[in-house]
Write a protein that binds this ligand. Sequence first.
Ligand SMILES: [Zn+2]
Length: 157
Amino acid sequence: MSGRSHLHEFTDMERRLAFENNSELLARQFPDSVLFKNHPHYICESCGFVSNSRTDFNIDHVFPVAQGGTRNRVGKQVNTQLRNAQRADADGAEIDAAIGLLFRVGNNAAVLCTECNGRKSDLLYVPDGCGLAYTRHADDLNPVHMVSGPPRPAPRW
Ligand SMILES: [Zn+2]
């Protein structure tokens, strides 16, 4: 599910760091969990799905709220410009402009479950209500989801 993004792939080291940061974040978020402390687990930064298997996750990009994104979303105009530059026949000027844009809007690694990442690929944001937290609830080790059930989609406007 990755025909995109010759503009911005992560290196192996960046991927490893993103996973390590994510795992530490999860352990801090649930300080009472001995499991998360003793054995690395990972959390999808969109739907909150938790698992100890890296194959359930991909590293993707998020854009800071301060730059026109909301959560991991970018404004429509930025989205369109970035997407156009990823066409196979995009010209050099278009790609240069998009790289400049990426530097301005920021470009940070996020750990997303395979389903959130797949749904995001053409959009640069994750649609509400999708993710392994919904479709594989039985495998979800997120303590909150285990007690209260899958997350509820954010209200639409
Ligand atoms: Zn997810």
